[in-house]
Design a protein around this ligand. Structure first.
Ligand SMILES: [Zn+2]
Ligand SMILES: [Zn+2]
Length: 153
């Protein structure tokens, strides 16, 4: 069945705008240190679509690439003007584009949170109502040493 829903969003300053077509394939809250550092907040919200379903409409994105302890590479894409990270690619989901859960135009939180991951490093004050909660991620298998500041529990 064709889903013609389109959701638009963008960065803080408005220079970067994107749209996502259809419904997301995966939606999760992540309490890992990488998401905490990227967002400057207690957790990140990732809304994943097949990459062809996400289109950048305007603005300039810069990429920051890093490797996590699982050996996977993540690429964050952020607005060159205001620094909001709006999109990302993660090595574990090569054909998907992650969109930042808080970047959608109102009504911003139109999607449903399916699960939370890396709950082991969640802030004590965060209590999310989610059907699934994982201390890390299923099949978690760290490969690389991590700096102390990046360790979560
Ligand atoms: Zn911006
Ligand atoms: Zn994370």
């Amino acid at each position: 069945m064709q889903d013609n829903t389109v959701h638009q969003g963008g960065c803080l300053c408005g220079a970067v705008r994107f749209e996502a077509h259809g419904m997301p394939k995966r939606v999760g809250a992540c309490h890992c240190r990488y998401c905490q550092l990227r967002s400057g907040s207690a957790f990140g919200v990732s809304v994943y679509f097949p990459e062809d379903d996400v289109r950048v409409l305007q603005g300039e994105l810069k990429s920051y690439q890093y490797q996590t302890e699982t050996g996977n590479t993540t690429v964050n894409q952020f607005c060159t003007e205001c620094g909001s990270t709006v999109l990302w690619k993660v090595g574990a989901l090569p054909d998907y584009t992650g969109t930042a859960g808080g970047s959608y135009d109102p009504p911003t939180f139109w999607y449903e949170l399916q699960r939370e991951v890396f709950q082991r490093s969640s802030a004590d004050f965060v209590h999310l109502a989610v059907p699934e909660s994982h201390p890390t991620i299923p099949y978690y298998d760290p490969q690389l040493p991590e700096a102390e500041r990046l360790k979560g529990g």
